[in-house]
Design a protein around this ligand. Structure first.
Ligand code: DON
Length: 585
């Protein structure tokens, strides 16, 4: 059985500051290309290398947990479930048991990729006008936070499903590290301490959240203090003992419903008992001869990554050069058209017929490519969703796993905003999501990420809100080559897109691809967001082409693995502190 004592964690955490860039690189990187009398390095950033399994997540201790599972002989799914529960403890603002997400599983011996949809679901009491006030406007407060914004969580059912169907170890064994981390505590890191401080007002509105994330006197945890989550340890223990039923039908369900009844939430015992995981056919596309496999609706990620790659396949990005204004312009225009389509055509496929084949067809992409002016930005007001014939919260999190047999997991899950609804289930120690805010509360209006949507993504009982989460895998000549994904709200799809282009078109190693500056366009508002490291010269050229440039913060946090020459190359994203790639020994 895997156990982590606080002392071990202390040691790991005190090397933490150095981890993201330096620890990973110095420990394992090797000079590239031809030997010479002087050792030379051809790239600035170096992936972590291993031959026997790799875990990349937004918390290095969670990656260690996963790598230990692999080292014990667990497969990628065993490790993924262990990482998921570890992140629920170590990254409370996004890792979760009160949220939901999407997992891609690649089974090497069957050469098969499975898409597991454990997205949250609207409770039965939800309806299309749920958040509309008497004057027809949207009640932003209850739509975005508090108990009325909570959708029925899917994570525990999703992990149970994945493990029992595709894993090899017991739930108890893979959950033990998370239980230990919650019970014995972990050393509070700067990132979590400041994330809690940022959301202090919201979290203190909920008595259970206050008791969970603050000292008894209400003061903040400081970095390097031990952070213990006793209630969460108990909840995880109950799940480990009794499986998902503990959460959906047993004691935890009672605690969730009690919270709802007390605070005016919508979720009932029946909503919890009726929650189901959906196994769906992944979206499959191709890009320059490589196979792209990604998440289908109710995520929009796979459809639009494939759509944008199809558009870009019509241009020689490699020749234009990575980061050139010419290539960024084309990438931005592809984003504009794809997000326009998203606003109209994407929603939960169990409630709305999403025209997947058309949106992901090479023909439709060619029509869009023909409309793109190589020198001028097309104003979004002139781009409408096709016809057939503001803000990035710091959370959601992605992890990627490959085991020594070549099985893989690409998993993105979330509470939606940082710390979700801000409501912790009394006595159970976990946060509930605010995923209802991914629905469009009123047709034609923007969701909380500024994404416009209509009937396809309206609120209905038991419907799943549209997501941008994009866990993705790439296969080159039939062999798994990339496992990747990211948080980032509306920017997720574009972050994944750029990762694929950087590797496939620009030949970057996975660490360089991860570090490369990113851009984002989502049709409306009509502006091209750029990271600070895009050069002023490039921005000037893009402005001259007609783009409205907005300097934004960092975009996404990609946790990726590249398989090359029989070797696993892991790269965590330095944009959010504390991430790490760990090779299994
Ligand atoms: O499913 C979605 O697309 C959103 N709920 C994701 C939210 C997110 O990524 C927030 N932070 N990074």
């Amino acid at each position: 059985m895997l156990t982590f004592c606080p002392k071990q964690l202390l040691v790991i955490l005190f090397s933490f500051g150095a981890v993201s860039g330096v620890y990973a690189a110095d420990a394992t990187s090797v000079p590239q290309k031809k030997p010479s009398s002087i050792i030379r390095y051809d790239t600035i950033h170096h992936p972590v290398k291993s031959n026997s399994g790799m875990v990349v997540s937004q918390r290095i201790i969670a990656s260690e947990v996963g790598a230990s599972v692999l080292a014990q002989g667990g497969n990628a799914v065993d490790a993924a479930v262990a990482v998921s529960y570890a992140l629920a403890v170590l990254l409370p603002r996004a890792g979760n048991i009160g949220g939901g997400g999407f997992m891609l599983v690649y089974l090497k011996d069957q050469d098969k990729t499975i898409a597991i949809d454990y997205r949250e679901t609207a409770p039965k009491l939800a309806h299309k006008d749920l958040y509309l006030l008497a004057d027809g406007s949207v009640d932003r407060k209850s739509y975005r936070s508090g108990l009325r914004s909570v959708a029925v969580p899917g994570t525990v059912a999703g992990m149970d499903y994945a493990l029992s169907k595709y894993g090899t170890m017991s739930l108890k064994a893979v959950m033990q590290p998370a239980i230990d981390l919650a019970k014995n505590g972990f050393v509070m890191d700067y990132d979590t301490a400041s994330a809690i401080a940022t959301r202090e007002t919201m979290l203190k509105k909920d008595a259970a959240a206050r008791a969970t994330f603050f000292h008894k006197d209400g003061s903040l945890y400081k970095a390097s203090e031990l952070f213990v989550q006793d209630d969460l340890a108990q909840t995880l223990g109950a799940i480990a003992e009794h499986g998902a039923d503990a959460f959906y039908k047993g004691a935890v369900a009672d605690q969730i419903v009690a919270k709802m009844v007390k605070g005016g939430g919508l979720i009932s015992h029946a909503d919890l008992a009726n929650y189901t995981v959906a196994e769906r056919n992944p979206i499959v596309g191709s890009y320059r001869g490589q196979k792209i496999v990604s998440m289908p609706p109710p995520s929009s990620g796979g459809v639009h990554v494939v759509q944008m790659l199809n558009i870009l396949e019509n241009f020689n990005l490699q020749k234009m050069g990575a980061g050139s204004a010419e290539s960024l312009h084309l990438v931005a225009e592809s984003m504009r058209y794809a997000y326009a389509d998203r606003s109209k055509h994407l929603g939960d496929p169990d409630f709305y017929k999403v025209p997947v084949d058309w949106l992901t067809s090479k023909d439709y992409a060619k029509q869009i490519a023909n409309k793109i002016d190589l020198k001028r930005a097309t104003p979004s007001s002139e781009v409408l969703p096709g016809k057939k014939s503001k803000y990035e919260s710091v959370d959601t999190t992605h992890f990627s796993v490959v085991d020594k047999s070549g099985n893989a997991v690409s998993n993105t899950y979330t509470l939606n905003f940082s710390f979700g609804s801000g409501a912790v289930v009394d006595g159970a120690g976990f946060l509930l999501n605010n995923e209802m805010t991914d629905f469009n509360a009123k047709a034609g209006t923007a969701d909380a990420f500024g994404l416009i949507g209509g009937a396809a993504n309206s609120i209905l009982a038991n419907k799943r809100p549209l997501s941008a989460m994009t866990p993705t895998m790439v296969f080159d000549n039939g062999e798994l080559s990339i496992v990747t994904g990211s948080p980032g709200g509306s920017r997720i799809i574009n972050a994944v897109l750029q990762q694929l282009i950087n590797v496939i078109d620009h030949n970057m190693n996975i660490a360089d691809a991860t570090h490369a500056p990113r851009i984002h366009h989502q049709w409306q508002p009509d502006r091209l967001e750029v990271e600070a490291s895009i050069s002023p010269d490039t921005k000037a050229i893009l402005r001259a082409m007609g783009h409205t440039i907005k300097e934004a913060g960092t975009m996404g946090s990609l946790q990726s693995i590249l398989l090359e020459g029989g070797q696993l190359n892991g790269a965590s994203d330095p944009r959010r502190p504390g991430a790490g790639a760990i090779g299994a020994q």
